[in-house]
Design a protein around this ligand. Structure first.
Ligand SMILES: C=CC1=C(C)c2cc3[nH]c(cc4nc(cc5[nH]c(cc1n2)c(C)c5CCC(=O)O)C(CCC(=O)O)=C4C)c(C)c3C=C
Ligand SMILES: [Fe+2]
Length: 387
């Protein structure tokens, strides 16, 4: 067997406050994050939104120590995975490829080529698939592969999503049980799964399987936990003016408080590391909402980070992927059958009358909104909290 590598894909986060604006620019430049019908508006809009949003975002990063812990945790997960694989005789180099900040996916791939890796397992650190996360990274990798003839010699396996992996479910259940057991009466804890949201149109129009995978994952974790506690699933981190998956976390917390729930155990479900949305949004913002609504006992289950059962699960996924036949990025997207990666069909380019009409309408609306914002400092994006 040749030299083996594992590429861990993740979103990335600003290491320090000065990185926040360029990080946000990278994020909003991605058409999988803001879906515009034509590409020329993407970069100006990304610049505009990132500039306007960076102050609030910086304040949030300041509250969690001045930057995202994501790089350091992902590197620690990589090192733990390398050791776990070595213990079972599988020597592998581990690479971290972030989508929007250092170490970028492109940097990881350059290193993989340099190291002469022959077999590569591509493992996203997102248990569930979304167009906006794993889908975006696969799309980027497909492009990088097409442009680099050396990469075409590398045999690669892509893991599409892995929320059903038994070790992952076991590790999640263990962490939840530990938190419940700290309650005076563990049976009274209301388990509150909080998933990162996506716009509703991703699921309903673009066919993103994310919501279905999150729902199934929640069900499987509850089965593995095997306790009779009540549970709720809601979606957090909404950005921008459009409707996102519902119920929204803040509203669901308030409703539970009204129903008399007093012991809330919040479980972050779409991400395996601590990050701004656990450390700031859940631990500070949602805690405040819950306490104001009358919930006196608000607890949060820690993220998996380097939990040994979870690291073993990543090792098992890697070993299985090395044994299975290779699947390409395109095949992954086909497997996630409902997914039509951007641009969705209804926006397809072409000199069709409807395309011209829609392009014109949206361009005019976009410019109008931008002009209003620039001239007045107020407007739709500002009003709804996107800027
Ligand atoms: C499975 C996880 C995630 C999904 C799905 C996702 C979709 C998504 N996110 C935004 C907008 C933002 N995300 C931001 C940061 C961020 N998002 C995730 C995870 C998912 N995003 C992570 C892990 C992080 C970074 C964490 C860190 O510690 O730095 C941000 C920046 C932070 C902020 O300003 O609030 C934005 C903005 C959209 C629009 C979207 C789906 C379309
Ligand atoms: Fe996000």
């Amino acid at each position: 067997m040749g030299r083996v590598g594992v590429l861990l894909l993740n979103l990335g986060g600003p290491d320090k406050l000065e990185d926040v604006q360029p990080f946000l620019y990278n994020l909003f430049s991605d058409p999988e994050i803001i879906r515009l019908p034509f590409s020329w508006l993407q970069k100006p809009l990304a610049w505009f939104i990132s500039t306007r949003r960076s102050k609030t975002s910086q304040e949030n990063y300041r509250k969690i120590g001045g930057g995202s812990p994501l790089r350091q945790i992902t590197e620690a997960q990589g090192e733990a995975l390398r050791e776990q694989l070595a213990q079972i005789g599988e020597e592998a180099n581990i690479y971290v490829g972030m989508r929007y900040w250092h170490p970028y996916t492109e940097e990881a791939i350059a290193q993989i080529v340099n190291d002469g890796i022959d077999e590569l397992v591509i493992l996203p650190l997102y248990p569930q698939f979304s167009i906006s996360t794993s889908g975006s990274s696969y799309r980027l990798l497909e492009k990088i592969w097409q442009e680099n003839s050396k990469l075409q010699q590398v045999k690669y396996s892509v893991i599409a999503s892995w929320y059903k992996q038994p070790g992952y479910l076991q590790a999640m259940a263990e962490l939840i049980a530990q938190e419940l057991d700290q309650l005076e009466n563990p049976d009274e804890g209301h388990i509150f799964f909080s998933a990162h949201g996506v716009p509703k149109s991703y699921v309903e129009e673009a066919g993103d399987p994310y919501q279905q995978e999150i729902e199934e994952c929640t069900y499987l974790i509850m089965q593995t936990l095997n306790r009779s506690n009540p549970h709720t699933l809601a979606y957090q981190s909404r950005v921008g003016p459009v409707e996102w998956l519902q119920p929204y976390t803040e509203e669901a917390i308030e409703e539970l408080a009204q129903e008399g729930v007093n012991n809330l155990v919040v479980v972050p479900i779409s991400f395996v590391s601590e990050h701004i949305e656990t450390l700031e949004e859940i631990d500070i913002e949602y805690r405040e909402i819950a306490e104001e609504a009358g919930i006196t006992n608000f607890r949060r289950v820690p993220a998996l980070n380097v939990h040994p059962v979870f690291i073993q699960a990543l090792a098992d996924l890697t070993v299985d992927a090395l044994k299975s036949p290779s699947i390409s990025f395109a095949q992954v997207n086909q497997m996630k059958k409902k997914v039509k990666i951007y641009p969705p069909e209804r926006w397809e380019w072409g000199i069709t009358t409807s395309a011209e009409i829609w392009n014109g309408r949206v361009a005019m609306l976009g410019f109008l909104a931008l002009m209003i914002e620039i001239l007045t400092g107020h407007g739709l994006f500002h009003a709804v909290g996107l800027l």
